[in-house]
Design a protein around this ligand. Structure first.
Ligand SMILES: [Fe+2]
Length: 353
């Protein structure tokens, strides 16, 4: 263990150094200059400080106050060396965080006993700190496992829904990444982006509640069928709402709001402008962009130029202009995502994100 000796008197330093060798094999650090000693103590780990009171330049009490002001040195043991009559100094030293005292002239037996107590205290402190750090790391590890399991469960829920939806897993992978890109360009932090990436694929989970006759109908839907189809927003919200999981909370908001339109003409609530949750406005752009540029049984894929023109045309009416701008400014990344997650690369079994 590292002992530090600070005393302007070289004879005292030499004596303390010899005594310290009886406590630990590690040579003590010794200083006769208090200012140099404080600089060293502030930047190095140590286990016991033997600190003289009367020193030129910086006395022991000021030394102690400056040392204790550092959070990493708030509890390292300090033995203050004072003359026996300096009672007021001792009181002040206690107030400033000294752990114990040694009286000049130094008594060998007293020195060894008090120093051993201090070193034992230090060892206990370090064992506790090590244990706390280990526990924090374990909790962190366990939390990561729980989050991954939660995500895995959600991924499988989304996959189950895909079996009832003609849209492919690649559509979900692409639209989730477009959504993340828009979120990033609008200033979301990394954690929000990650939650959005994982929540966005659940936007149409409510389609599990739509009858096959409507969901899988090859021809055009009539007005009543459209009304039923539109219920998928509210059904998705009912499935996902009231979860303690932040991921599912965001997914519920997205499911509910991704068909709202900026001018208030969308569904299910007819919200307008910023009354529509931001993640809903983001997913509206991401979802439509990928739907337009993908081939569907009833239509060919649009070119990206045509899709871009539609986004701009609908900016301010169907879409939040800020979300349109956010995707347009990273158009090369949009093209790269589209190229990376091609429909041929996977079907309903492909990993979503
Ligand atoms: Fe939808």
């Amino acid at each position: 263990m590292q002992i530090v000796i600070v005393d302007d008197n070289r004879v005292n330093v030499a004596l303390l150094k010899v005594l310290a060798r009886q406590l630990t094999d590690q040579p003590a650090m010794e200083f006769t200059d208090a200012v140099a000693a404080l600089a060293w103590c502030e930047s190095h780990p140590f286990d016991l400080l033997l600190l003289d009171y009367m020193m030129p330049g910086l006395d022991g009490l000021s030394f102690l106050a400056q040392l204790r002001a550092r959070p990493d040195k708030a509890s390292v043991p300090v033995l203050m060396v004072t003359a026996s009559h300096e009672t007021e100094v001792r009181y002040e030293a206690l107030r400033r965080g000294a752990n114990d005292f040694l009286t000049k002239p130094i008594d060998r037996i007293e020195f060894l006993a008090r120093s051993r107590n201090m070193l034992a205290l230090r060892q206990s402190q370090q064992a506790l700190a090590d244990r706390a750090a280990w526990l924090a790391a374990e909790v962190d590890k366990a939390t990561r496992v729980i989050v991954e399991r939660e995500y895995d469960t959600i991924l499988r829920l989304s996959r189950a829904a895909e079996y009832r939806d003609p849209e492919t897993g690649m559509h979900l992978a692409r639209m989730a990444r477009y959504a993340q890109l828009i979120g990033r360009n609008l200033g979301m932090d990394a954690e929000q982006q990650q939650t959005l990436l994982r929540a966005a694929p659940m936007h149409d989970i409510g389609k599990v509640g739509i009858p096959d006759a409507i969901l899988l109908k090859p021809g055009k839907l009539d007005a009543a069928e459209w009304a039923t189809m539109r219920e998928h927003s509210a059904i998705g919200y009912q499935i996902l709402r009231d979860s303690p999981s932040p991921l599912l909370q965001m997914a519920a908001v997205i499911a509910h709001s991704h068909h709202e339109k900026f001018d208030g003409s969308g569904y299910p609530l007819g919200l307008a402008g910023t009354a529509i949750p931001l993640v809903g406005r983001i997913v509206a752009v991401a979802d439509v962009l990928d739907a337009l540029t993908s081939r569907r049984p009833y239509k060919e894929a649009w070119t990206f130029e045509a899709a871009l023109a539609l986004l701009r045309e609908q900016s301010g009416t169907q879409f939040d202009p800020a979300c349109v701008e956010a995707v347009v400014e990273s158009w090369p990344e949009v093209l790269a995502i589209h190229a990376e997650f091609r429909d041929e690369a996977g079907g309903p079994h492909a990993d979503l994100v």
